[in-house]
Design a protein around this ligand. Sequence first.
Ligand SMILES: Nc1ncnc2c1ncn2[C@@H]1O[C@H](COP(=O)(O)OP(=O)(O)OP(=O)(O)O)[C@@H](O)[C@H]1O
Length: 245
Amino acid sequence: MNASAPVLELKDIKKNFDAVVAIENFSLEIYPGEIVALVGDNGAGKSTLIKIISGVYAPSSGTITIEGDTVAMSSATMARSHGIEVVYQDLALADQQTVYMNMFLGRELTNGIGLLDRKTMIAETEKLVQELDVRIPSAHATIKDLSGGQRQGVAIARATRWAKKLILLDEPTAALGVAETAKVEAIVQSLKSRNIGVLIISHSLDQVFKLSDRICVLRRGKQIGIRKTSETDKNEIVSMITGVQ
Ligand SMILES: Nc1ncnc2c1ncn2[C@@H]1O[C@H](COP(=O)(O)OP(=O)(O)OP(=O)(O)O)[C@@H](O)[C@H]1O
């Protein structure tokens, strides 16, 4: 196992919505530079778990520890302040705005007299999209003029700009074609070298096996098991997901 401390540790997390138990006794550690895939059928509890980690829902019980500190996260803003960023399926990009403004949406950089520091925002955007190899025409491009894959790349680049510890990806390639999916997968893979943890929800087992170091399976709110990707195969994961041997 990785020698460094986990960026995130979930212990005995439970979440119920009145009588519905969405997550029960869920425990997971994610290490820096590690990609963990969260898989399970519809209604298994994946989105609920992402919302708990990102501060949208408080768990009914259990603890969340970030680099050794137990935290009570009561909002998405608080999760962000702990270095956790989420890329949701709808990407939450402002379509009429430029790439660089989207990179800093709601967290714009300002100069000494309170004006937008466009120069720094543009320079940082250019550097990051280049490092991540997000192929966009320029930092000045408007989001609405970009392809689905380019938009997903911008959303991931934004998360990378702000995430100090962990990026949560909810089905990052669900709406993309084959070539764009491969590009986004390459971007996700490149996050490993940045030493942040990644938790990815994906329905594509091909993708899960391509990207992840470990696979965590949920079924109807129960944690069925965690496997090292190199020590399992699709048959085992499918039977864990479905409960059929
Ligand atoms: N806000 C809510 N109120 C009541 N029940 C909820 C709420 N959110 C989720 N649930 C229930 O919790 C369970 C887990 O749902 P969740 O959306 O987390 O599953 P999922 O694995 O993300 O599914 P999908 O792949 O379809 O998105 C389901 O039984 C769902 O109906």
